[in-house]
Design a protein around this ligand. Structure first.
Ligand SMILES: *[C@@H]1O[C@H](CO)[C@@H](O)[C@H](O)[C@H]1NC(C)=O
Ligand SMILES: *[C@@H]1O[C@H](CO)[C@@H](O)[C@H](O)[C@H]1NC(C)=O
Ligand SMILES: *[C@@H]1O[C@H](CO)[C@@H](O)[C@H](O)[C@H]1NC(C)=O
Ligand SMILES: *[C@@H]1O[C@H](CO)[C@@H](O)[C@H](O)[C@H]1NC(C)=O
Ligand SMILES: *[C@@H]1O[C@H](CO)[C@@H](O)[C@H](O)[C@H]1NC(C)=O
Ligand SMILES: *[C@@H]1O[C@H](CO)[C@@H](O)[C@H](O)[C@H]1NC(C)=O
Ligand SMILES: *[C@@H]1O[C@H](CO)[C@@H](O)[C@H](O)[C@H]1NC(C)=O
Length: 437
């Protein structure tokens, strides 16, 4: 048997054509070792690199898959109690682990400046929820409804006014440590308003977004938007709005309520059209509205679909006629101007009202004597939440936490039962955190 040296020698001779090789044997081994060590090291580095590359693309992939199928937003409005019957839920009683975003409403616009109306304590209490859940985003909603604030049309009219408003928003956000702003202008360019408001609205959102992105900790920007086809066409330049907002809160409710011009029973927030809906009425449902926003150019994942925790009551003209489109003579006794909270409705049901589930629309209504009410319960909000997920929308908006059975009066085992049912379906991260409150 030849020694290793000899074999190496032989190989070297064959490859390199040395004649006197013996003396070269040791350096050749040395060079060879370095060479192989180099290859080995390179291989390790490459391998690491590949692993790093692989890991990051795996992460991206997981993120992508997650964004496709799962965890959506649960955006909850907490309204500042007025003179209505919605119970006085204090911000400190809100379960900090239920919603991804809590939006406090409503601030107004006075003199082109955001006006919190002396409710600073509510904002501070809401911000304090973040000590229990740092992921929670707390936002303020500024409303441009005629009954709350007439300041919107003047504020949006020109750049200087908008600039003043935006400066006031940044100052309020900074002093209260808010995470963002929701614009709830009901509604730009609607009815006999100035048609240019449609453009002003987009300009406002554009300028807000630009100011928000400049900050170190970016502020969230959302807009509460209408659900009816006519309003979507009239009030919104959807593709441009989509560019500036993080998401829209689709007010997918109030499709029917008592009105003297339309004195008939109808569903507050039907998921689909009912068998009786024809023509225009066939468009008055959540599924139609959300898909119409998509068709007009809003990305699905930016549409957060509203789910009401309140119902609308009606007074029947004839106790024998208690179906859909039954003649009515006014609001029902339940609630305030026909708006009834979920606990109020639970009380009505417990008081031997008859519940009917509208199979085609996937929502219930209930009646007793001349009282008739359309509402959402655990079944219907769960159906909606599952539909939101399977349709790829951005999440669910709850209007409002106040009108839910937040004190567990009727669902003894659970506070905020409607919101919780929605959150459990929309959010994947709740299993660990969703303790009863
Ligand atoms: C609430 O009621 C009080 C007294 O009943 C009244 O002075 C006040 O203006 C009302 N506020 C609103 C917002 O309606
Ligand atoms: C609006 O602002 C102007 C000037 O900044 C001031 O003179 C006026 O009093 C303000 N009005 C209100 C209602 O605050
Ligand atoms: C939901 O809306 C889409 C788009 O408008 C429509 O194609 C579909 O039939 C609707 N679904 C139901 C059950 O009405
Ligand atoms: C429900 O109704 C029953 C009898 O009608 C009554 O005893 C009970 O107190 C009611 N539940 C609540 C929570 O009020
Ligand atoms: C609604 O569906 C349920 C079960 O799916 C059925 O028992 C009930 O008769 C249906 N009601 C109507 C009015 O179609
Ligand atoms: C909440 O419910 C408890 C009883 O379960 C009651 O004592 C308390 O007063 C309620 N809180 C409010 C604010 O209504
Ligand atoms: C928690 O996880 C279990 C299994 O992983 C699942 O069956 C259940 O529906 C989840 N619960 C909620 C509230 O998401």
């Amino acid at each position: 048997m030849k020694s290793i040296e000899e074999r190496t020698h032989y190989a070297v001779i064959n490859q390199g054509g040395f004649d006197i090789c013996r003396n070269y044997t040791k350096p050749v081994i040395f060079v060879a070792l370095i060479f192989f060590a180099g290859i080995f090291l390179t291989a390790i580095l490459l391998r690491l690199n590949v692993q790093i590359l692989f890991a990051s693309s795996w992460l991206e992939n997981q993120k992508y898959l997650a964004s496709l199928s799962s965890s959506g937003k649960v955006v909850c409005y907490l309204t500042i109690p007025g003179n209505d019957t919605t119970a006085h839920l204090s911000a400190s009683s809100v379960d900090p682990n239920l919603c991804t975003h809590v939006i406090i409403g409503f601030a107004s616009v006075v003199n082109c400046t955001i006006n919190l109306g002396g409710n600073d304590k509510i904002y501070k209490d809401a911000i304090n929820l973040k000590s229990k859940n740092p992921q929670l985003k707390v936002m303020v909603s500024v409303a441009g409804m005629n009954e709350i604030s007439t300041g919107f049309p003047v504020m949006v009219r020109n750049h200087a006014n908008r600039k003043k408003f935006i400066r006031s928003v940044l100052a309020a956000a900074k002093s209260l440590r808010l995470d963002g702003l929701d614009i709830d202008w009901e509604f730009p360019a609607w009815l006999d308003a100035d048609a240019r408001q449609k453009i002003h609205f987009v300009q406002l959102l554009y300028e807000l977004k630009r100011a928000f992105t400049k900050r170190k900790d970016k502020l969230v920007l959302s807009a509460a938007v209408a659900a009816s086809e006519a309003m979507i066409d009239q009030c919104y330049n959807v593709p441009e709005i989509a560019e500036h907002v993080d998401f829209v809160n689709l007010m997918a409710y109030d499709y029917h309520f008592y009105a003297p011009e339309l004195p008939f029973t109808g569903l507050n927030a039907p998921l689909y059209r009912s068998g009786k809906d024809a023509g225009l009425f066939a468009t008055m449902n959540v599924n139609y509205s959300a898909n119409y926003w998509v068709m007009k150019g809003m990305p699905r994942n930016k549409i957060v679909v509203g789910i009401p925790t309140y119902g609308h009551s009606f007074k029947l003209q004839n106790v024998e006629n208690h179906g859909l489109q039954a003649p009515c003579s006014g609001y029902g006794l339940l609630g305030y101007s026909g708006f009834a909270s979920y606990p109020t409705i639970c009380g009505f049901l417990n008081n031997s009202a008859t519940r009917v589930f509208e199979n085609s629309s996937q929502v219930p209504y209930a009646y007793k004597d001349t009282e008739w009410i359309s509402y959402d319960d655990i079944v219907s909000v769960s159906t909606k939440a599952n539909w939101i997920r399977s349709s790829g929308f951005g999440g669910a908006m709850i209007f409002s936490l106040n009108a839910d059975d937040w004190n567990a009066t009727w669902h003894r085992d659970s506070t905020f039962p409607l919101t919780r049912a929605v959150a459990n379906i929309i959010r994947d991260d709740l299993n660990e955190t969703n303790h009863m409150y």
